[in-house]
Design a protein around this ligand. Structure first.
Ligand code: ANZ
Length: 824
């Protein structure tokens, strides 16, 4: 038998595709509404090193859909570029005394070549890098637009600080108290930083998830819901008696205003400005010492229920607004400064953290909800469930929490002591970084005019040339070292001024890249509004779920902000989101320390692109992890060779009429093609491969021990195999198509026509009776629905005749065998 020379086939088709350019998306046809569009997006890579198994998996999965859509006749936008700003390039440059651009653009060239060989159906004419000045010019422009809307602003506050990377981090980049990139323990610093006002969209970001949950991975939707963290409760005002004899009102946020009678003390976040403002003079030193001691704790530690409670009394008292009781005010780090109002009413009987605190410092506990469990005043186990109110004035005896809350809120509102309130866990997005390799923040600080935007015509603000040691993280931005670059004229007054020396978080770059692909070379605007409205939202976005609350939330925020700026006409960037599993090895995540990494390059060299792609698609449902120790790329290659050999055995002419061919094989072919469409659309790509394998087997049987290679039904089957394989194994599919005498590219051949008549696997005879007498026999599908069977039976001429002049009283249907009509 002929052997299939993988390397030669790959080389041959790479050259042919370069000529054919089968995947150039036609903007005009889509904008004019002549062609229906599909936008297939997959996360663009960070250019560190060459592509790895993870890239191979995500793009192989993503490409099944993109290539399917082309075959179905859509105009498909499937772009790729590089997310090329960021820390690894900068760290490599410091190590090698080089410029981050050397590392970045070198790796981009390598990855580009690998992607091309890997034969993903990208439209390469649209490629760009976020570190290109032509791109970051518009990142800066968008920053300024958001700032004009009050959606970008600067403030001083305690921020997350990575001591290793020497830069601030957004909340979303702190994972279990550690830096998302390097794993160092994150601490807090008081700094002035730039923020995007993501909280302005908190409610809308949450509401839109109700629609997205049908087409987005559930894990990601839930992660976003929790991250946005909406809760309902009340603001309650407490009067504080200050040490100097003055009074001050402090508002707390609580989800349980109904437990107000049990509020036996107040706690203020030790690091909130409020604590320092209200502390009695004799406690000032103690507070300062406590702050010093707790400064390092992360938010996660601070909120942990199992952490021993610590704190200091502020030396003052507040008045409980419903009991009139005077209660002590403490400062502690278990209350967060930037959540709610930064102060709480403590209800130790019904909140474990408050109870632990009360126990630690001998503060009173009062049960106000009797849940039937042991009394927390004695057990020091807080009860949080529903029960009957006690010690609660008017509420006593009531046992419905919702009513308890509603009544308390109504009363507080009537007395002017509080109001119903909604709170979100979501914080504004801290976007400035004290690192070099990012888009400079286009702001000038002038001693006279303050913060001044760099005029649009001066964009981009290019990065100054710094290399090697100058890039070292110092806790302040390395851009500060470029003194010539920093000193500028104020655009407003012309006086001496200084550039902002921070750069933007790389997540800003990736928050709008999907828009840029629609008009990637436009040098007059970030994107062409009409083209963006024509192509977007993306019909599918494929990526990992490590970006669930980072990139995916930021991109959603950007889309809503740009909509309100009048720049786009839709609310959400990604209509569907598919989150792919990881490629692991031997049951473990691939890692250097375990020495279990599998290099993509070596697998491609050994088995070829198609076999690796097929293996990744076939191994499991897309969402599941793939264990490379359990799969067989060699088996995939053998299958591809079997498929390819079919084409060589076809001897009928191109265009031979399959209707004259073997019907049994035709049924398999048409059923497979029909089902394949549904499988792709429901992302069951692994089943698509399994069904293609079955079709290959059936065809081989027909050639060897059935009607033989001259039967036109065999040609029909093999052509279908080639088209189905074009979604997964593009080289093999082209090679087969050519052997079949058809013209390249098979990728644009079109989806095979499905003859519905051939989908009826076998038929069953259904009997139709009128008044107990058989009037007709029908040949129907075994899975015919009751409604269809009844309709077919009633329409039969003999049944109509038997019913003439009579009124139908009842129709009994027992699909697929019987229809019984009672008339009279
Ligand atoms: C009294 C109370 C009684 C509370 C009770 C709970 C149970 P979520 O649902 O996450 O919004 N809280 C408010 N601000 C806080 C802060 N800055 N740091 C730490 N904790 C804070 O939680 C809201 C509840 O968390 C609030 O309701 C408050 O405690 C606490 F039986 O008030 B509660």
């Amino acid at each position: 038998a002929a052997t299939y020379d993988v390397a030669a086939v790959q080389e041959k088709w790479l050259a042919r595709w370069a000529e054919l350019d089968p995947f150039a998306a036609d903007d005009g046809a889509v904008a004019r509404g002549e062609r229906e569009k599909r936008y297939a997006l997959t996360m663009f890579p960070y250019p560190s090193g060459d592509l790895h198994m993870g890239h191979a998996e995500v793009t192989a999965l993503h490409d099944v859909l993109a290539r399917y859509w082309w075959q179905r006749g859509y105009e498909v936008l499937n772009p790729m570029g590089w997310d090329s700003f960021g820390l690894p390039a900068e760290n490599a440059a410091i190590r090698n005394d080089a410029h981050p651009a050397d590392y970045t653009y070198g790796n981009i060239d390598t990855q580009f070549e690998s992607f091309r060989q890997y034969a993903v159906s990208f439209d390469w004419s649209r490629r760009f890098n976020t570190s290109d000045p032509e791109y970051y010019r518009w990142t800066q422009w968008l920053f300024l637009k958001l700032r004009e809307q009050g959606l970008a602003y600067r403030k001083k506050s305690p921020v997350n600080w990575c001591p290793h990377d020497q830069t601030v981090l957004a909340n979303e980049q702190v994972v279990d108290g550690a830096c998302e990139r390097c794993g160092a323990e994150v601490t807090k610093r008081e700094l002035t930083q730039w923020y995007f006002r993501t909280t302005a969209y908190a409610q809308e970001l949450l509401d839109s998830l109700d629609d997205l949950q049908h087409t987005w991975s559930t894990k990601v939707v839930n992660a976003q819901r929790n991250w946005i963290g909406r809760s309902e409760g009340a603001h309650v005002d407490f009067a504080l008696d200050l040490a100097d004899g003055g009074e001050r009102t402090v508002t707390v946020y609580t989800t349980r205003p109904d437990t107000l009678h049990g509020a036996t003390f107040m706690v203020v976040a030790a690091d909130a400005p409020l604590a320092a403002e209200v502390v009695a003079p004799e406690q000032r030193e103690a507070l300062a010492a406590y702050l010093e001691e707790t400064r390092k704790a992360s938010d996660i530690d601070r909120l942990a229920t199992d952490r021993p409670k610590s704190g200091v009394p502020l030396g003052i008292e507040a008045t409980n607004p419903v009991t009139g009781e005077r209660i002590p005010v403490w400062a502690s780090d278990y209350v967060l400064a930037d959540y709610g109002t930064g102060a709480i009413m403590a209800v130790p009987a019904h909140d474990q953290r408050d109870l632990d605190f009360a126990k630690a410092f001998g503060l009173p506990v009062r049960r106000v909800v009797d849940t039937g469990e042991d009394n927390p005043e004695e057990t020091y186990v807080a009860t949080t469930g529903d029960g009957t109110y006690v010690n609660s004035g008017d509420l006593d005896g009531l046992s419905d929490k919702a009513t308890g809350i509603a009544r308390t809120v109504a009363r507080l509102e009537a007395d002017g002591l509080g109001s119903g309130a909604v709170n979100f866990r979501l914080r504004d997005w801290l976007l400035s970084r004290q690192r070099y390799w990012g888009a400079p923040i286009p702001i000038i600080h002038c001693p006279v005019d303050g913060e001044v935007a760099v005029p649009e015509e001066q964009l981009p603000v290019r990065l100054p040339e710094l290399r090697g040691a100058d890039l070292k993280p110092k806790g302040v931005s390395p851009l500060g070292a470029a003194t010539d670059w920093v000193s500028v004229e104020c655009p407003t007054c012309g006086g001496p001024a200084q550039r902002d020396t921070d750069t933007m978080d790389t997540f800003v770059d990736s928050s709008w890249y999907m828009f840029r692909y629609c008009s990637p070379h436009d040098d007059t605007q970030p994107f062409d509004r009409d083209l963006v409205n024509a192509w977007m939202p993306c019909d599918i976005y494929v990526g990992g779920d490590e970006h669930a609350v980072l990139h995916l939330l930021y991109a959603r925020f950007f889309t809503k902000a740009l909509r309100d700026l009048g720049l786009v006409d839709f609310d959400e960037p990604f209509s569907a989101y598919l989150s792919q599993g990881k490629v692991i090895n031997g049951g473990r995540k691939m890692s250097k320390s375990l020495g279990n990494g599998v290099s993509l390059g070596s697998q491609l060299a050994e088995f070829g692109v198609d076999a690796v792609r097929l293996t990744l698609v076939f191994a499991s449902p897309p969402e599941d992890d793939i264990d490379w120790a359990d799969v067989s790329p060699a088996g995939s290659l053998r299958f591809l060779q079997r498929a390819w050999r079919l084409a060589g055995d076809v001897t009928s002419e191109v265009g031979a009429d399959p209707a004259a061919g073997d019907e049994a094989l035709r049924r398999v072919t048409h059923r497979t093609v029909h089902d394949a469409a549904g499988l792709v659309e429901s992302h069951r790509f692994n089943v698509l491969v399994a069904r293609t394998m079955e079709l290959v087997n059936a065809t081989r049987k027909a050639i060897d021990s059935g009607p033989g290679g001259a039967d036109p039904a065999v040609r029909e089957a093999v052509e279908a195999v080639a088209v189905l394989l074009s979604l997964v194994a593009p080289y093999t599919a082209e090679e087969m198509w050519e052997a079949l005498g058809r013209e390249a590219s098979v990728a644009r051949a079109g989806w095979p026509h499905v003859d519905e008549a051939l989908l009826v696997e076998e038929s069953v005879t259904a009997v139709v009776q009128v008044q107990g007498k058989v009037k007709a026999r029908l040949e129907v599908a075994p899975d015919v629905s009751e409604a269809d069977l009844e309709a077919t039976a009633m329409a039969h001429p003999d049944v109509q005749r038997a019913l003439a002049g009579k009124q139908v009283r009842k129709v009994v249907v027992r699909a697929p065998k019987l229809v019984n009509v009672v008339a009279g």
